[in-house]
Design a protein around this ligand. Structure first.
Ligand code: 8X3
Length: 257
């Protein structure tokens, strides 16, 4: 039996779809209070309603693009008092753009990945963690990737962004040593979400091929690991969880039927 998440304030970035949305619903089932952030407010509203139906003790939604440093800081500074004491931060917002050789890749794609996956992660962390330190409680859960553990061809910049997330995760844990604030990285392999659709700029035929002949992880599988890490007893810090479908061994090795 783990620690109860009932009434805990869980802040999830990128909560409008994919792993973020599934994570919102998984914490809702634990009766947590959800602070949901994303760029797409309509989709976020749908997740918020579902979360209330699933048992959330409350939902507060904010429109936020984690790439905008000042917007991130004001969003945190301007939280209503009853939402300000964040217990769990799930740094989920992230994306991949393009699958091309580094020497022909699009610089705009690189900027978008680095701005979101690395700088956005830093901005949100920088805005939220000081409060956790002052309150003497908190947990930061970062979404890493198998891509951050092993690079694959045509994915250098995405892989680099996730390797950076890995270093930030470990560095933050080192810097928080001596406080009760926990830091965890959840590193999934292939998960079936809009990930590939976004990577291929909306090319659904190309995106579907990514998942062909294998059973990918679902967003719910990943959400389950996130909730598990968050619900360990207060003295237990899960440093990282690497998880893949049985049809994937690492970034490079897949089994397709
Ligand atoms: C997602 C894993 O291998 O599809 O971060 O890039 S992979």
């Amino acid at each position: 039996m783990g620690m109860s998440l009932k009434g805990k304030i869980v802040f999830i970035t990128g909560a409008s779809a994919g792993i973020g949305a599934a994570t919102a619903l998984a914490f809702a089932a634990e009766r947590a209070r959800l602070l949901l952030a994303a760029r797409r407010v309509t989709k976020l509203g749908e997740v918020a309603s579902l979360a209330m139906e699933s048992g959330a003790a409350g939902v507060h939604s904010i429109q936020l693009d984690v790439r905008h440093r000042h917007a991130v800081q004001s969003a945190i500074d301007e939280l209503p008092e009853e939402w300000a004491q964040i217990d769990v931060l799930v740094n989920n917002a992230g994306l991949s753009r393009g699958l091309e050789k580094l020497y022909t890749g699009k610089v705009e794609d690189w900027e978008e990945m680095i701005d979101t996956n690395v700088k956005g992660l830093l901005y949100v962390t920088r805005a939220v963690v000081p409060g956790m330190v002052v309150r003497g409680r908190g947990h930061v859960i970062n979404l890493g990737s198998t891509a951050g553990e092993m690079t694959y061809p045509n994915g250098a910049v995405y892989c680099a962004s996730k390797a950076a997330a890995h270093a930030i995760n470990d560095g933050l844990r080192e810097d928080l040593l001596g406080t009760p604030v926990r830091v965890t990285s959840i590193n999934p392999g292939m998960v079936e979400t809009d990930f590939s659709l976004v990577r291929f700029h909306g090319d659904s035929t190309r995106a579907a091929k990514v998942y062909q002949g294998l059973t990918p992880l679902t967003p719910e599988d990943v959400a389950d690991a996130i909730v598990w890490a968050a619900s360990r007893p207060a003295h237990v810090n899960i440093a990282r969880v690497t998880m893949t479908t049985v049809h994937q061994a690492n970034s490079l090795l897949f089994h397709r039927e």
